[in-house]
Each structure stands twice: as structure tokens, then as C-alpha cells.
Design a binder for this molecule. Structure first.
Ligand SMILES: NC(=O)c1ccc[n+]([C@@H]2O[C@H](COP(=O)([O-])OP(=O)(O)OC[C@H]3O[C@@H](n4cnc5c(N)ncnc54)[C@H](OP(=O)(O)O)[C@@H]3O)[C@@H](O)[C@H]2O)c1
Length: 313
């Protein structure tokens, strides 16, 4: 089957022809129609998980996907012909979603596709949507609160902005000039251009009393330290890139949370509901074909995402 894989940690992702996987007794094999691209994919190729997960090569990249079950073990949750999507956990077996077939394991956050949803739309939802729900929950976003979203213009940022705003929070979001209108369209009350001067200063100029929460999807340790003083005492700082030292923040009366997304079928069902009610928006920036995935991964590394990239397999 056609796939995009690496042959060793650090190798450039390339198109390889690999054997089709066979499902175990409680597994379903899914003919992947669309796969979602996440920064996690090139981080895995760089070896980010090498200390926690056994890598096996060739390793097909990709964790998000949508497609049709074409073979199912006797104890599988899904039957042949069912349309499913979600977050697949095949990476330790080298079986990612950038391929014609992937395996949905028993406990994977893979669920039936909602009626009327396109495969390309579904493939964009899992990692970005579930992470957005988790960070907005952690931030306690609700009526009367203020939330700064740093990294708001990308895959996770857009659903996080729209969900926090729909819960009534006043959302201040980072956006370069080209993306500012779109981010306000998602419900942000204000945008701040992180490419034009000091971010903390720009926010403080408007919010002298500070903000209740920061959802930070991009900053490293040093950058988070410059933003911490924006928080009100008792405020919450959330990082998806593990940039925080929660103990040091506690001494400053700030709750620091390094979020590790925990995908479950229940959380993915919540994402579906929030998207269908319009409370959360997940924007697809571009659809590409499988041979173009290595170039798209290289672009993702460079930054500048304006939503999700979806790969048509
Ligand atoms: N811990 C977890 O479980 C978990 C789950 C999901 C994602 N993540 C991580 O969270 C991060 C964000 O994911 P994503 O899918 O949203 O990435 P993405 O789609 O690549 O989006 C990142 C966005 O941040 C913007 N950006 C870059 N530098 C910035 C800065 N200094 N200030 C403000 N905005 C900036 C980028 O636009 P410009 O380059 O134009 O500024 C881009 O729009 C990734 O590192 C991902 O691996 C972690």
C-alpha cells in the first residue's frame, strides 16, 4: 500500500510501498480516505517519543484519520463498511494514518462518522479538537473571564478561540495581520500581532488588571516567563508544549498546567457535538494529496499554519 514513512529517526519522510496491515481479533482495518496533519507527526519523525514508545521501522506517520472499515476482527467495535474517524494509536507498530490502511485498536479514540460529515472535515478534528476542549476546560473559560490565546491562528488555536468565546469568555488572540480578521470571525474580542513588538507589553497596554488565563500553544520557557506577569493572582497558565514549571508558578500564585492530550472516544464525541452546534470551529486550511505530505510536513515545521492541513489518501 502507498504510505508516507520514515526508515529511521531523523530520516526525511518519503513515499514507500508497504504491506497492508492485518487487524487483530478486537481491531478494525480502516481504508483511510483522509488523514489529518499535526506538528506531532514531524516531532515523532524527529524522535520526540523515543524514550516513551518503542519505534519500529519503517514507521508510517500520522495519528488522525477518517475512512471506511474494510476488515474487522470478530471482537471489533466496528463492522465492515462502517465509516469511522479518530485518533489512531498505531505509531508503536509503525502503522500511522498517512497510508491506504490503518488499524483502529480496541481502545482508540475512533468513533463512527457523523451523518453528512466529509472525510476531509472529519480527519481535521481529532487531535486539534480534543486538545482544544481540554485546554479551554483547564482555562475555566466562561462568562466574565478573560483568556489570552497564544498561537491562536493554527490547528489547535482556532477551535480553542471559538470554544472559549462561545462559552462567554473575552478572548484576546495572537494573529499576524493576514489572519486577524479570520480570528475575530471566530469570536476573539481582540487580536494582538506577535510579529510586531513585545507581546506582553501589547496585552498589558489594554488589560492593565491582567487576564484570568493564558492558553499557550507555542511559547518556550523563556517566552512563557515574559507572559506570566499578565496573569491576575490565582490565574491559570496552560502550555501544550511542556514549557512550564508548575512548582515555580505556584510560588507566584499561578496555576501552571502542561497539558498532555488524552484522546478518548467520549472526548471525540464531545468534539463532534461542539462542531455540530457551532460552538467550536475547526478550519481546514488546505487539502493535499499523499505524495505532497512530506512537503506539507516541512512547511508545518516552518510555522505559519492558518488552520488544518488534510491529506487526501
Ligand atoms: N501536549 C499535547 O497533547 C499537544 C496536543 C496538540 C498539539 N500540541 C502542540 O501544540 C502546538 C500547536 O499545535 P497546532 O496544531 O496548533 O500547531 P500549528 O497548526 O502549526 O499552529 C501554530 C500557530 O502558532 C502561530 N505561532 C507561531 N509562533 C508564534 C508565536 N511566537 N506567538 C504567537 N503565535 C505563534 C503560527 O503562526 P505564525 O507562524 O504565522 O506566527 C501558527 O498559526 C504544537 O507544538 C503541537 O505539537 C500538543
Amino acid at each position: 500500500m502507498r504510505s508516507i514513512a520514515i526508515t529511521e529517526i531523523g530520516a526525511a519522510p518519503a513515499q514507500l510501498n508497504l504491506p497492508e496491515p492485518e487487524p487483530g481479533p478486537a481491531e478494525a482495518r480502516v481504508r483511510i480516505i483522509a488523514a489529518g496533519l499535526n506538528p506531532l507527526d514531524w516531532k515523532i519523525a524527529d524522535g520526540m517519543l523515543k524514550d516513551s514508545v518503542a519505534y519500529s521501522f519503517p514507521l508510517i506517520l500520522g495519528v488522525d484519520g477518517a475512512g471506511v472499515v474494510d476488515e474487522a476482527g470478530p471482537d471489533a467495535r466496528f463492522g465492515v463498511g462502517e465509516q469511522v474517524f479518530g485518533r489512531f494509536s498505531g505509531i508503536p507498530r509503525g502503522l500511522g494514518t498517512y497510508a491506504e490502511y490503518a488499524i483502529a485498536a480496541e481502545d482508540d479514540a475512533v468513533v463512527p462518522m457523523p451523518d453528512g460529515m466529509l472525510y476531509t472535515q472529519a480527519a481535521a478534528l481529532p487531535t486539534a479538537g480534543m486538545t482544544a476542549v481540554q485546554v479551554v476546560d483547564e482555562a475555566g473559560a466562561e462568562d466574565g473571564t478573560s483568556v489570552l490565546v497564544v498561537g491562536a491562528t493554527g490547528g489547535v488555536g482556532r477551535p480553542a478561540v471559538s470554544l472559549a468565546a462561545s462559552r462567554g469568555a473575552t478572548v484576546i488572540a495572537t494573529a499576524r495581520a493576514d489572519a486577524a480578521d479570520a480570528i475575530r470571525g471566530l469570536g476573539a474580542a481582540e487580536t494582538v500581532d506577535h510579529g510586531r513588538g513585545d507581546l506582553a507589553e501589547q496585552v498589558r497596554a489594554v488589560h492593565r488588571d491582567g487576564v484570568d488565563a493564558v492558553i499557550d500553544l507555542v511559547s518556550d520557557r523563556a517566552a512563557t516567563e515574559s507572559l506570566v506577569p499578565l496573569l491576575k493572582p490565582g490565574g491559570t497558565y496552560i502550555s501544550t508544549v511542556w514549557a512550564l514549571n508548575p512548582d515555580a508558578l505556584e510560588a507566584q500564585e499561578i496555576r501552571g498546567v502542561n497539558v498532555q492530550s488524552v484522546p478518548t472516544p467520549e472526548l471525540l464525541e464531545r468534539v463532534v457535538e461542539l462542531v455540530q452546534t457551532g460552538d467550536m470551529r475547526i478550519d481546514v486550511e488546505e487539502e493535499i494529496s499523499l505524495p505532497d505530505a512530506p512537503a506539507a510536513l516541512a512547511r508545518s515545521r516552518e510555522g505559519g499554519a492558518r488552520g488544518k492541513t488534510v491529506i487526501r489518501v
